[in-house]
Write a protein that binds this ligand. Structure first.
Ligand code: ATP
Length: 309
């Protein structure tokens, strides 16, 4: 209902906002079980059992910050969260905010926040929240002053006790975030999304092959495909979910170009053999994000899960 009611308003009045109704849920996100569990307990149940939450004087987490390397499913998770909570997904398009409207960003943000709050409760997705900058720098040119104003508005919104929206921010560079973003009352949870571990990689491959979750399944020799998954899973350390999706996509392409009636293990193995990542670079990145854990992740349980990656 909210999506229907606000869609035209969003399109007409703001090209920095996009409202969606995601079709995927947690069953389409491989791995990250601890995060799903935490969100289920602290957010989804509280939203579903409002009377119980009231009894416990429980206030909902209204801000979640997810950090990690590119392609690990941060956006996917935020969309699934929207589906799981039955709340609309509103994308605050930060790239439009800063590239198109230099000089008008302050006004744009103010309008966007007003519109978002009217449509809330909603999941508000702020990709690359680090773009909002920080208070450091001390430059006095008008572009920097503008960024500074937008930064202050964003902080005010995040810290507003009356805010109805649930803000899910993501960043690849948590170290660039102003510490003000991390103060209590702004993001209730700061969640690491590192490269998927072995069991998560298997789940992700299965999901993209349509063997589980809601994605479409190509015609396939299922038992043959399943039999090669352990090998591929073992050989894909430091792959992000997006890389695994690409391997499956290439296997589908191989099948499409071949004359077989169904996808065979050879199609998948050949796609796997052909796809390369820079493992050393990824190892370095993984270590880097891991080392940031104690500084950023604000939950011991989630940190422990990350250590197991
Ligand atoms: P970036 O930091 O670059 O914005 P991201 O972490 O937000 O990246 P997504 O855009 O969510 O990454 O992931 C890209 C695609 O990779 C997803 O649409 C999905 O198809 C696939 N993918 C990534 N992680 C997972 C996962 N855990 N389970 C299933 N698919 C995944």
């Amino acid at each position: 209902e909210t999506v229907k009611r606000f869609k035209s308003d969003f399109i007409r009045r703001s090209d920095v906002l996009e409202i969606e109704e995601p079709s995927i849920d947690f069953g389409d996100v491989g791995g990250y079980e601890g995060v799903k569990e935490m969100v289920r307990k602290n957010l989804i149940w509280a939203l579903r059992r409002t009377q119980r939450a009231e009894l416990a004087a429980l206030s909902l987490p209204r801000g979640i910050l997810i950090y990690g390397p590119p392609g690990t499913g941060k956006t996917l998770f935020a969309k699934a969260l929207s589906k799981e909570t039955s709340l609309p997904f509103i994308n605050l398009k930060t790239e439009n905010l800063f590239s198109k409207y230099l000089g008008e960003s302050g006004q744009r943000v103010r309008d966007a926040i007003r519109l978002v709050e009217q449509a809330s409760p909603a999941i508000v997705f702020v990709d690359e929240i680090d773009r909002f900058g920080n208070r450091k720098g001390g430059k006095t040119d008008s572009a920097s002053q503008e960024t500074g104003r937008v930064f202050a508005q964003m902080l005010e919104w995040l810290g507003d006790p009356g805010r109805k929206s649930i803000i899910v921010g993501t960043t690849n560079v948590p170290g660039d975030l102003d510490t003000a973003f991390l103060r209590p009352g702004r993001f209730s949870y700061v969640i690491p999304f590192l490269y998927p571990n072995k069991s998560a990689r298997k789940q992700i491959l299965e999901m993209h092959l349509g063997l589980s979750g809601s994605r479409r399944r190509p015609a396939m020799d299922e038992s043959g495909i399943r039999s090669v998954l352990p090998k591929i899973t073992a050989e894909t350390e430091f792959y992000a979910g997006a890389d695994l999706e690409e391997v499956v996509m290439r296997a589908k392409q191989n099948f499409f170009e071949d004359s077989t009636a169904a996808m065979t293990p050879a199609h998948l193995l050949s796609a796997h053999k052909d796809y390369r990542i820079d493992t050393e670079n990824r190892r370095g990145l993984a270590d880097h994000y891991k080392s940031l854990g104690p500084t950023f992740a604000n939950s011991v349980k989630l940190l422990e899960e990350m250590e197991r990656q």
